[in-house]
Write a protein that binds this ligand. Sequence first.
Ligand code: GLN
Length: 289
Amino acid sequence: MKIKELQIEGAKILRENNIDNAVFDSKELLKYVFELNETDLFLRTFDEAAPEKEKMYLQYIAQRSTHYPLQYITHSAGFMHFDFFVDEGVLIPRQDTEILVEEALKYVSEHYGKNPVKVLDMCTGSGCIGLSFQLERKAEGCNDEVYLVDISEKALKIAEKNKSKLGADATIIQSDLYSALDNSLKFDIILSNPPYIRRDVIPTLMEEVKDYEPMLALDGDEDGLKFYRKIIENAPDHLNPGGSIYLEIGFDQYEDTRKLLVDNHFTDIRLYKDLAGLDRVVYGRLAES
Ligand code: GLN
């Protein structure tokens, strides 16, 4: 079969299995299996497919047809300007989370200029938040000290892999939230996208998410707020005076997280919306006493 015919066949199978973006995914899998870039996709489209590659392609199409996420097959997820390695051990980086990194970068450059800042990425997963923050600042000539923390050993292996693949600098620590962090270690900024999905909402998530992404990275307990409580209540002990926090939140979690921040000595609370216009990131600065 020619490469193009194979792709059309792949898209058809995906569509029959109710996969959104069937054409896009069929092309991404084609690029992955045949090692093609965007230009090759046009130039080599009428080449004959080698039988073993054809077989491999159809296997991946079958796998994607079960709603297994595309990014876990290709082990690749774009975030900010970087390509992150991902597998089932980590949540796939979301475009909405880029808002958090972008706002934090703006804030740091306004308030700290090129001075190095100490940053904690709490519940780092693939490392996408902390590593892209570090790399974007490095490109501006800033040498920040970035710490990536997660409870999951699997996640930290991937964060480590991304750190070397992208040539980033970061200290990686396995810890249940702050528990393994020395109390003398103080940060200027805490960034976090913790698990925040309410238990009762989990069954309504897309199959791609609820069947294959790590529940550990999604489950925010009964009210979805468990991790915000623990992260915010203990944040003052781990921040320098005037330090601040950026948290990704669900679309209906602003009021609750704002209140937690206010109750724990944070001020200047701000809310940022995502591209769909939904509440997505909350910011607070530790009041100087
Ligand atoms: N935004 C993710 C989702 O929609 C959830 C991320 C999280 O729980 N931290 O599935």
